[in-house]
Design a protein around this ligand. Structure first.
Ligand SMILES: C[S@@+](CC[C@H](N)C(=O)[O-])C[C@H]1O[C@@H](n2cnc3c(N)ncnc32)[C@H](O)[C@@H]1O
Length: 335
């Protein structure tokens, strides 16, 4: 039987040939997992000979990794916010950048607050928040029944299940008329085009429902922004992760008559990663105030008179402008 040192040597070559960048480090992690030891053991006992059973088990996990299956699916776990999460191929592997949502949520939530997560997946976000904010409770939504089962298991492991309600739902569709202090989400935001460019570990192994809307990557984000006001209390917050280069388009999706304090914050790599927005005190359909929306009238006039700078066309333009101002003073603008 080969010893640890020989096994690592061979495994590194196999992983390297499969295009895995940190082949030696990954070989060590896989062997430590199979032997159920830490990596110091591998160094201190490099002459230890593997049993037949250990060799067979190592062969199996090595083949899985060489086929580019993510390490986390092989070992069945991933750390997030200092907690250990069980992961299966039915859920996205928790990413470090998503910890931003948890940090921001902890700052926002007050005593006995209720929050909702759209696309709970493994439960890493909601479970971490509930683990930290002991008086909070939450509803976790997901379109995947199998993902909800993983979230349930993780909530149980970290003893927060009694404060977490799980529901199968397409975005908010199954939520009825609940109101929350906070809505969090890390939605599937990769476009179908971008999917083709992802590394094999992600594209071929992580659930597509967790990655992409199979469109432009913005459709679920848009639905969350449009529907969230119906499920937020006045002064409630939305925290949502977004993808690379989506900030400008996402900013434009917010109805500024409903939302306030819209911020898009960078992650540690300086990528604009998380939207934070506060719902105002008004809901859709409520009378805002008696101030007219002059910008709206003005832009309408310019587009309808198709002005090029000709003196003759200034006459109808100016008449129109005065008419609009006069009308606006009279008018109550409804949103
Ligand atoms: C990017 S993953 C996020 C998982 C987890 N919250 C995290 O941050 O690791 C997106 C999750 O949204 C779920 N999902 C996709 N489309 C959905 C939809 N239309 N309604 C609700 N959930 C959806 C997926 O099943 C997946 O669990």
């Amino acid at each position: 039987m080969p010893n640890i040192s020989e096994t690592l040597e061979q495994a590194t070559e196999i992983l390297q040939a499969s295009g895995i960048v940190e082949a030696r480090r990954e070989a060590k992690s896989l062997l430590a997992f199979v032997l159920d030891k830490n990596q110091t053991f591998l160094v201190a006992h490099s002459e230890y000979k593997l049993s037949v059973e250990e060799k067979t088990q190592f062969q199996t996990v090595l083949e899985r990794r060489a086929s580019r299956e993510p390490f986390q699916y092989i070992v069945g776990r991933q750390e997030f916010c200092g907690l250990d999460f069980s992961v299966t191929k039915d859920v996205l592997i928790p990413r470090p950048e998503t910890e931003m949502i948890v940090e921001a949520a902890i700052e926002i939530l007050r005593e006995n607050a209720r929050f909702c997560e759209v696309g709970i997946g493994s439960g890493c976000v909601s479970v971490s928040i509930l683990h930290e904010v002991k008086t909070a409770s939450a509803v976790g939504l997901d379109a995947s029944e199998k993902a909800l089962a993983v979230a349930e298991r993780n909530a149980e492991t970290h003893r927060v299940l009694e404060r977490l309600e799980l529901k199968l739902s397409n975005v908010f569709d199954n939520l009825k008329d609940k109101k929350f202090d906070l809505i969090v989400s890390n939605p599937p935001y990769i476009s179908s085009e971008e999917m083709k460019t992802l590394q094999r570990e992600v594209r071929d192994f992580e659930p597509h429902i967790a990655l992409t809307d199979e469109k432009d990557g913005l459709s679920i984000i848009a639905k969350i922004i449009a529907d969230a006001p119906n499920f937020l209390k006045a002064d409630g917050f939305l925290l949502m992760e977004i993808g690379l280069n989506q900030a400008v388009k996402v900013q434009e999706m917010f109805d500024k008559t409903i939302w306030r304090e819209i911020e898009i914050l960078p992650d540690l790599q300086n990528i604009l990663r998380m939207v934070k927005a506060k719902k105002g005190t008004r809901d859709k359909g409520q009378v805002k105030d008696k101030k007219p929306n002059l910008n709206y009238h003005f832009s309408l006039l310019i587009s309808s008179s198709s002005l090029v700078p000709r003196p003759s066309s200034l006459v109808p333009f100016l008449c129109g402008l005065f008419f609009a101002i006069f009308q606006s003073i009279e008018k109550v603008v409804l949103f």
